[in-house]
Design a protein around this ligand. Structure first.
Ligand code: PLP
Length: 415
């Protein structure tokens, strides 16, 4: 019998969390706070409604599969500005593809990369996909459904949660179709250093694989804007902008607090963009024209992004004020998640998630559901000792939540 890929795919983390908490009720005397999902709760910029209404006639046309020309231009200009690449560095026609958020493009990138690599490997050789571990689960889904060997690479606290992809045996690297990296990282809240990104690009070129840099949290940072994949490639290439072997993924979901708009993009290596565009022309959802008009305007506007960033910085400060005394607390560098090490206070992330829910009505994601076994056949994952907590509500709600988290976990401290 062949491999059961649906079995390998398994349930998505939110479904697993639902099963874990099945039959468990939160306390009746306080409102639950849902912190398991990274869904921005702030209001969508008002320009969105105005711009959609102003271009509503476009609902009468099929959208261009690769995205509206003006939208792609806005994205290319934003990339040039944000990463200091200079005007005109990113070609909107050849190097930018509009996508329905970044999620489906991250998934489809594995299909395109695996097809490309399989054609270059000897008969029977199986393409591999390198995955950070822990990870955003869509990477796993793409790799599994593209029929690739999964190669989880641990992202440990001791190495700043940056996976050491160069430690993968050369035989596997030669078969690698795609390597995912997430910076700023979900779930760990850490940023890949420029040297680390450059090393990954060198590795991708040496072994002819696609480096997929998921940057959907790029604008949620505290001290300095994180380096991007295109920026690292340009630095490596003395400012040239062919971005060979690199694709970057981003969207307005976190940057502009508009996850329901479903507007994202892929940018980078023109050859890889063409492959992905071909795959998407068969099975990719296009983005309705009025939504693209609203999205283009958002890429051209930074005031709301600064306000968003200030909110998330304030939320991280609130969490630090309330939780810095708790063992296992670490301030995220970027993005809006706490990756809380609960081994001392609860044993593991599943136990912590249950206790937080039952005792305090806080819903949090066990780290285990965002990770793969550390070794083939092993039961343990590097996510086991953690819970992921999304800081996406208003400051007062987050303060209340953090107090409740501290209360539940302090109660359970095993000392
Ligand atoms: C790391 C990461 N990448 C990509 C996405 C997909 O977001 P969207 O499709 O809304 O751009 C998410 C959503 O939570 C995410 O956490």
């Amino acid at each position: 019998m062949g491999e059961d890929r649906l079995e390998l795919l398994g349930d998505f983390p939110f479904k697993r969390l639902g099963a874990l908490l099945e039959g468990l009720d939160p306390p009746a005397d306080r409102a639950p706070i849902l912190m398991q999902i990274g869904e921005p709760q702030a209001a969508v910029p008002t320009s969105v409604m105005r711009d959609i209404a102003a271009s509503a006639d476009l609902f009468g046309r099929y959208p261009a599969p690769a995205g509206a020309a003006d939208h792609r231009r806005a994205i290319a200009d934003w990339l040039g500005w944000r990463y200091g690449l200079g005007g005109g560095a990113v070609d909107p026609e050849r190097q930018v593809l509009v996508t329905n958020g970044s999620r489906e493009a991250l998934f489809q990138a594995a299909l395109a990369a695996a097809a490309r690599k399989r054609a270059r490997l000897p008969d029977g050789a199986r393409p591999a996909v390198l995955l950070p571990n822990p990870l955003y689960h869509v990477y796993l889904g793409g790799a599994v459904m593209a029929d690739c060997e999964l190669v989880p690479v641990p992202a440990r606290e001791t190495s700043g949660f940056t996976p050491d992809f160069a430690s993968v045996p050369a035989e596997i690297l030669d078969r690698t179709a795609l390597c995912y990296v997430c910076t700023p990282g979900n779930p760990t809240g850490t940023v890949a250093r420029p040297e680390a990104l450059e090393a990954m690009i060198r590795l991708a070129r040496a072994h002819d694989f696609t480096l997929a840099v998921d940057e959907c949290y790029s604008e949620i940072w505290v001290d300095a804007p994180p380096t991007g994949g295109l920026q690292a490639a340009a630095a490596l290439d003395g400012g040239a902008s062919d971005f060979s072997h690199v694709l970057t993924f981003n969207s307005l979901s976190k940057r502009s607090g508009a996850p329901g708009l479903r507007c994202g993009f892929v940018a980078g290596d023109a050859g890889l963009i063409a492959d992905l565009a071909r795959v998407r022309s068969y099975g990719g959802a296009t983005v309705p024209g009025p939504l693209q008009a609203a999205a283009a305007a958002l890429w051209r506007e930074e005031t709301h992004v600064e306000a968003n960033r200030a909110l998330y910085c304030a939320l991280i400060d609130v969490a630090a004020e309330e939780l810095s005394g708790l063992p296992g607390f670490r301030r995220p560098e970027a993005a809006f998640f706490l990756w809380l090490d609960v081994r001392e206070t609860a044993g593991d992330g599943e136990a912590a998630a249950k206790r937080l829910w039952v005792e305090e009505g806080i819903k949090a994601m066990p780290g285990r559901y965002m990770a793969r076994p550390a070794a083939p056949g092993a039961a343990a994952t590097p996510g086991d000792p953690y819970v992921r907590i999304a800081l996406v509500h208003d400051p007062q709600t987050v303060r209340d939540a953090c107090r409740r988290i501290a209360a539940a976990l302090s109660r359970g401290r095993r000392d």
